[in-house]
Design a binder for this molecule. Sequence first.
Ligand SMILES: Cc1cc2nc3c(=O)[nH]c(=O)nc-3n(C[C@H](O)[C@H](O)[C@H](O)COP(=O)(O)OP(=O)(O)OC[C@H]3O[C@@H](n4cnc5c(N)ncnc54)[C@H](O)[C@@H]3O)c2cc1C
Length: 642
Amino acid sequence: MGARITRRDFLNGVAITAGAAMIPPEMWAAAAADLQAQDAPGYYPPAKTGLRGSHPGSFETMHKLRDGSFWEDAPKPVDTGEAYDLVIVGGGVSGLAAAHYFRKAAGDKARILILENHDDFGGHAKRNEFHAGGTNRLGFGGTYSIESPAPYSAVAKALIEELGIDVHSYSKYVDHEIYRSRGLYRSIFFDKETFGADRLVTDPSSYDLESGEARSPEPDLWKKFAAEAPLHDEAKRDYSRLHTENKDYLPGLTSDQKKQRLARMSYAAFLSDVVRVHPDVVRVLQARPHGLFGLGIDAVSAQDAWGLGYPGFVGMKLDATPGKGMNRDAIPSEEAEKYFFHFPDGNATIARLLVRKLIPTAIPGGSASDVVLAKADYSKLDQAGSPVHIRLNSTVVKVMHKGDPKSATEVEVSYFTEKKLKTVRAANCILACWHVVIPYIAAELPDAQQEALASAQKVPLVYSNVLVRNWTSFQKLGTSAVYAPGCYHSHVRLDLPVSIGGYACSKNPDEPIVIFMMKAACKPGRPAREQHKFGRIQLYMTPFETYERNIREQLARMLGGGGFDAARDILEITVNRWPHGYAYEYNSLFDPFWLEGGEQPCEVARRPFGRIAIANSDADAYAYTDCAIDQAYRAVQELTKK
Ligand SMILES: Cc1cc2nc3c(=O)[nH]c(=O)nc-3n(C[C@H](O)[C@H](O)[C@H](O)COP(=O)(O)OP(=O)(O)OC[C@H]3O[C@@H](n4cnc5c(N)ncnc54)[C@H](O)[C@@H]3O)c2cc1C
């Protein structure tokens, strides 16, 4: 287990959000020096391993700005003399889509600059490549797939089609049978710290949220579970009862009255106080919603749990209509469920297709499938002569109208890059960055809007991708996806087998594969936003070695029985750390306006101001790609339809 830790990056996330003042100056300098110019030979971020996501060098400037120390020692601004029709802050899907829509409205000659603080474009839609030992594997560093709880809008669908993605053809690219035909199903890993013993047990429940993998068709699964799970006997009985009992736990109330009660209690409270299960059952289910909300069942309402198909509601006689205050993720839609497409690098393909549209020379090819293996040429992203420029490693620190915002014809945008403070001018500006950032860079905005922007606390998450030599241990253990409620990463699974555009997924257990591991950084028991704040600090403070140590140890413990040897089998690790992950979605437990109606903070936050419009998925408090697209479209309309 303990051999070869290949990457040790002393910078990796140490001591961040606790305050910039705590970070020694040499670390700032090292972080900045780590950033290569994007036109340097060999500049190719997707192939970087180690700590990615919000990587060292991407966030330090913004944190200094937040802590008030940036302007104290900021260099003198340098006027680049550059003027654009539109400057976009943030190179995620929303920023890239905004550039696309603006060109549609203003013509292909419109001059557009996209400024992005990371070393790669795409925002959360990031591509991970693995080449160790001559392999060629792709992984998603963030956004997993085209999917949304509600149907894609006409606008978002039209863009997906314009990019050449035929969502309905998806099933021809995925090999649904690879794991099932080998008898691999989903399982639960009980860890000894939480449950008293390390044990991998086939998951007997019929619902499935995160893994995408099937339940074993074996008969007597519940009996097997009762024999193997390291749970108290009463907990085993309760766990089975919860899944099979047809009981109304709130008798005497109407369906609406029940929903109102369920919307105001957590699912954990429902299980403990209403269904009255053994505390071990709550422990087993605690991490189930991590992948959707970055929170456990202590912070997800029982009404949402019902909508999500969690156990305990079969006998409750709730009518099918969504209850007031339900989270949008919890409202089922058949139409939306069918609209699914997963590229091997997730929605990084959408970002790459948008970049190809904006700067055709940067990514060769002409279809949504040939882009999968196409290598981006980063030196083409910011070239003189091109109407569209994507400038990476550039943190915007100030956006201000030149003159009175009501009548100004220009906005000045200042950004920090390579230890220099530079300015450009723009006729229009779209802030497609995280909303919590905006009050620090756009001080002109009204106080109420700043407050609303600041409330959009992002959800911290980690997506770790681990390239392994083979998956024979999964084969021996009969599992392809493991839910591990007490572990560092609560969801672990083999890559979804998709072959497209010349890319071939791993088909044989002897071949290398990427194992996907998901961690939610939460602090159960506290209000959601507080949990996210704690989690964010935790992620920034955790050095890469800790992530790596936990990955190795967890895989060794879970898969050791199948012959997995972490030192021998792990080839490469990429930890995609997202302290600012999903957009915050409103929650009936903590956001009264969501239950009672009234203006939502995101509606206040996204108001246009002078020549500035505001996009990003935060603008509709909805953590999905279609939202990032819809909000880009709206922001462009606001600027161009004046
Ligand atoms: C781990 C993860 C998994 C997800 N999975 C899915 C999924 O499967 N399907 C789905 O539909 N959605 C998914 N989402 C949500 C989806 O990724 C987002 O809704 C969407 O990609 C957001 O795009 P965006 O452009 O609005 O924001 P972002 O992608 O966050 O882009 C905003 C960019 O602005 C940059 N920025 C911030 N401050 C500054 C500054 N001062 N200067 C310059 N740049 C700045 C940020 O660094 C970032 O790159 C996922 C999100 C995460 C975090």
